[in-house]
Design a protein around this ligand. Structure first.
Ligand code: FPP
Length: 248
């Protein structure tokens, strides 16, 4: 799903928040301090997104590959996500924000899953900034789950295999109903997607920033939006005046 409400402004910004560990080790600190500082950058970014009027903000908080990290670091990140939700939920709800989690729920601890699901439940009717938190998320796993769902529907006779198309696949992803990201930002200087929204990013604009995630600021967010506004998006077609863009 792609939207073109204002071609100069992204409708959906997704962020790979990278560099917490390097921020900490560069200061002789344990990695957890980088993640803690990273939560402050999350708060600033949610506020920047809300004020800029974008509709969707997706944050890559924990990948399905991050389980390979030391046990202590994994539990610290899960704890930080739960605490963040507990602290901010009422405030975000009062600001009409909606929360949604994408990723594999199975395998998550009850505390973090409970916090994420409570946030989804409380804010499901809200119409302001839609914050999507990717936890235990990996694009390949998400696509594989969609394939299983479609295969089941075909075996049960609810769809014919010949009907399977891009829209049906999109509709079985965790992001069903959420427009594709217009802009993906990655901090820390790395230039790759790392199994993040690979189906959905087919036509996303990518902005790679050298700063480490804990340093990410409102100004950097605004600069990424300006960089986005300078890009010409053709979606495989040819340049058209912005007013002629209609969709898909
Ligand atoms: C990547 O940096 C960061 C993570 C894997 C964790 C991100 C988590 C947070 C910012 C805190 C909690 C999130 C929310 C939504 C409240 P890295 O550790 O891979 O850094 P490195 O590449 O420098 O080692």
């Amino acid at each position: 799903m792609t939207s073109f409400a204002d071609p100069a402004k992204p409708d959906h910004v997704a962020i790979i928040m990278d560099g917490n560990g390097r921020w900490a080790s560069g200061r002789g600190l344990k990695r957890i301090f980088g993640h803690r500082k990273g939560v402050e950058a999350v708060r600033r970014t949610v506020e920047a997104a809300r004020l800029s009027g974008i509709r969707y903000l997706t944050l890559f908080a924990f990948s399905s590959e991050n389980w390979k990290r030391p046990k202590d670091e994994v539990s610290d990140i899960m704890e930080l996500i739960s605490i963040f939700i507990h602290r901010e939920l009422q405030n975000y709800h009062a600001q009409n924000m909606r929360f949604q989690m994408i990723g594999e729920r199975e395998g998550l601890g009850p505390k973090v899953l409970g916090a994420l699901e409570a946030a989804e439940h409380l804010t499901r009717g809200n119409t302001g900034l839609h914050v999507v938190v990717a936890v235990n998320y990996g694009s390949r796993a998400e696509i594989a789950r969609a394939a299983v769902a479609l295969a089941r529907e075909a075996v049960d006779g609810r769809i014919s295999p010949d009907e399977i198309n891009e829209a049906l696949i999109s509709g079985r992803l965790d992001t069903a109903g959420i427009p594709d990201p217009d802009l993906i930002i990655r901090t820390s200087g790395e230039q790759r997607l790392s199994n993040f929204l690979m189906w959905q990013s087919a036509y996303s604009e990518l902005v790679f920033l050298p700063c480490l995630w804990p340093e990410f600021s409102r100004d950097m967010f605004d600069e990424a939006l300006r960089e986005y506004a300078r890009r010409t998006r053709r979606f495989g077609g040819v340049d058209e005046p912005a007013s002629a863009m209609t969709g898909s």
